[in-house]
Design a protein around this ligand. Structure first.
Ligand code: BGC
Length: 369
């Protein structure tokens, strides 16, 4: 079954990353993503202590703003903690902050030795405060949370820079003058601390390339419908004069592309997550690229650090996020048709899922196998 084999692929790579991290392997050539996982952490979870009866509690934010949470992070975290002998309780708040609080309370009642929280609309802070009052270490996973013990994510400013770069390159390739180009910004939900980082990174690269800034900026959302409606408004306000779009992730990009398609326009559009819709739009030439953030890197780092925190060790990092929380960032990369095979090789995309009938010719042209 497709779903099963998909999870197996992800687990295999995540497990490989854990082996590297636990120091059981002398080589780091298991997969490109696990290679850099090994390089980025202090990479020794061998003092993992006795995990008997230990519980890791994880809160995910939603299932629609990106496919990553359910299809990437969940199986990678599940496998990583189980590998370390932990029981795992992963809940998804389905974009409902009330549910977020209730589900986290239920986890705390059952008992947690460590909590990994992906913030949703600020709901993470209260949960972190409660958990810490009970002496439970808290990791802010992917999105920053004030007061957490540790923040594990990608370098999110860099994510934005790569997004800016991919549309600057695409504009240049299309002969569009960046200095006079009409660029629309379709950012992420401003309550997500990452959204500003993505924005500022992209904005810095666009401005360095000569852009005076956005011709129109939407309010920002992690939501296909809201992003589509907002972009439609931008398009109308600019009377269709749009030369490029900075879109903060693949879901937002997909919504923008639907509007562009309707108007018969193909222009540079950025993305993030290497999600199925993003990969397909890149293959079809409708999206310039997508920022690839193999979730195995984040999950492996989070599991490693969670175990350290449970054992009373202090995370080793000299970086801090904007609120002063110790920060361990992973490095993102750009994926275009030229190097997309790596996503498949890492087990983070399935040919059967991406290369459907409508995309088949593009997959063949890109040499995807
Ligand atoms: C994550 C992205 C994701 C977005 C929407 C951000 O915080 O870093 O990977 O696309 O949230 O879920």
């Amino acid at each position: 079954m497709q779903m099963k084999s998909k999870i197996t692929g992800v687990v295999a790579v995540a497990a490989a990353a854990m082996v590297v991290l636990s120091g059981c392997s002398s080589s780091s050539d298991t997969a490109s993503s696990s290679t850099s996982a090994a390089a980025s952490g202090s990479a020794d979870a061998s003092g993992s202590g006795d995990a008997t009866g230990k519980r890791a509690c994880v809160m995910l934010p939603d299932a629609d703003s990106s496919s990553r949470w359910e299809n990437g992070d969940r199986p990678a975290l599940q496998a990583g903690f189980e590998e370390a002998g932990y029981e795992v309780d992963i809940q998804n708040a389905l974009n409902d902050t009330g549910k977020y609080a209730t589900l986290a309370d239920q986890q705390l009642t059952k008992g947690c030795d460590v909590m990994l929280l992906v913030d949703l609309n600020g709901a993470g802070v209260q949960v972190a405060t409660k958990a810490k009052a009970q002496g439970i270490p808290v990791i802010a996973y992917d999105r920053p949370i004030k007061g957490a013990d540790l923040y594990i994510s990608f370098d999110n400013f860099k994510v934005g820079e790569l997004q800016g770069q991919m549309i600057v390159d695409a504009m240049k390739a299309a002969g569009t003058d960046v200095a006079t180009a009409s660029i629309v910004y379709v950012g992420g939900d401003p309550t997500d601390g990452n959204a500003k980082q993505f924005h500022d990174g992209a904005d810095s690269v666009l401005k360095a390339a000569g852009s005076p800034g956005p011709a129109f900026e939407t309010p920002g959302a992690w939501d296909a419908t809201k992003s589509g409606v907002a972009f439609e408004q931008a398009y109308t306000a600019l009377a269709g004069k749009v030369d490029a779009v900075w879109a903060a992730n693949d879901i937002n990009a997909g919504a923008v592309i639907q509007v562009l398609d309707k108007n018969g326009l193909t222009i540079p559009v950025s993305g993030q997550d290497a999600s199925p819709i993003g990969l397909q739009n890149v293959l079809l030439g409708k999206q310039s690229g997508t920022v690839y953030k193999p979730f195995q890197l984040e999950a492996a780092s989070a599991v490693e650090q969670a175990i350290k925190l449970v054992n009373g060790e202090t995370p080793q990092t000299d970086q801090k996020d904007t609120t002063g929380v110790p920060f361990i960032p992973q490095t993102p990369t750009i994926v275009t048709t030229d190097n997309m095979q790596v996503v498949f090789d890492d087990g983070n995309a399935k040919v059967a899922e991406i290369c459907t009938a409508a995309i088949q010719a593009a997959c063949t042209a890109a040499g995807i196998k």
